[in-house]
Ligand binder design. Structure first.
Ligand code: HSE
Length: 300
């Protein structure tokens, strides 16, 4: 039996649209074992009522891609999914499902595929690498696709920095959140993001939090998505006033993540209150960055 743990991720991290993401200490666990026949899937935790138990299941679909490429074909498959990551909130639940599926399947197939190959399968299923790469590798990861191949650099999370994550009680599908994005952006907005993402990566690497507030601003996706997330601008502003170093949508949203090194409880309370004042129920978690990515807890 194979048991794999995969962290949640906050992608984009502000200006790093589709190329920057951070793993967080909140995990899904995938158990997978071959069976004599058929497919059996049990799900508990987040999304248990809605996650498909048949061939539509994303963990299963990811596993099938690996089995196919590895030339391995178990007669049947049994899976158990234990989910802590809220579904469709911007915390990388689909990337975690895909990464859990590809890693567990590759272990079941005797590790026939390389990390590069399973990363490629995972990113092609997800469509962009900014959740998949930190889910696999942990920490903060810059990732881009070059000639169809995912290339990445990992930064260790700075000491003392935590994510205060406000998670609205309604889901938003990434597909819908990508449909509101424009085909073109003003040149000045592209320049705005370029400077900030460069500054953000340098600041995280040097553990210099003083410029995170400006470095986590974004003009490429947040302005277009804010119409689907009531109170977003006010939550961003309130978190900073309460002491967050920087704050941004997590992934495509609707969750918002504030990076902070102090005042965690105050920031959490203020973010939750501000969403509530704008008619949005939410829960707030204070999460450390996960320095490790997906890993096998059991292989036997
Ligand atoms: N970079 C992606 C986006 C993350 O913003 O659409 C969500 O999957």
């Amino acid at each position: 039996m194979i048991r794999v743990q995969v962290p949640a991720t906050a992608a984009n991290l502000g200006p790093g649209f589709d190329c920057l993401g951070m793993a967080l200490e909140l995990y899904n666990v995938v158990e997978m074992l071959p069976a004599a026949r058929g497919l059996s899937i049990e799900v508990s935790g987040e999304g248990a009522a809605d996650i498909p138990r048949d061939g539509q299941n994303l963990v299963y679909q990811a596993a099938q891609k690996v089995f196919c490429q590895a030339g391995y074909s178990p007669p049947g498959l049994r899976m158990r999914l234990f989910n802590q990551i809220p579904v469709a909130r911007g915390l990388g639940s689909s990337a975690a499902a895909i990464v859990g599926g590809v890693i567990a399947a590759n272990l079941l197939a005797g590790g026939r595929l390389s990390i590069k190959e399973i990363m490629g399968i995972a990113c092609s299923l997800e469509g962009h690498p900014d959740n998949v790469a930190p889910a696999m590798l942990g920490g903060i990861v810059v990732s881009v696709q070059i000639d169809g191949e995912v290339r990445h650099i990992k930064i260790q999370p700075p000491q003392g920095l935590k994510g205060v994550v406000a998670i609205p009680d309604y889901p938003l599908a990434t597909k819908a959140l990508r449909e509101v994005l424009p085909a073109q952006v003003p040149f000045q907005d592209a320049v705005f993001n370029l400077g900030r993402v460069a500054m953000l990566v340098a600041a995280l690497q040097q553990e210099d939090f003083t410029l995170l507030g400006a470095a986590m601003e974004d003009r490429l996706h947040q302005p277009y998505r804010s119409s689907l997330i009531p109170g977003l601008k006010k939550v961003l502003a309130a978190a900073k006033l309460a002491g967050a170093r920087g704050v941004t949508l997590s992934g495509a949203g609707p969750a918002v993540v504030a990076l902070a090194d102090t005042n965690f409880d105050l920031i959490a309370r203020v973010m939750g209150d501000t969403f509530r004042q704008n008619g949005v129920k939410s829960r707030v978690l204070v999460l450390k960055p996960s320095p490790v990515g997906a890993r096998a807890l059991e292989v036997k």
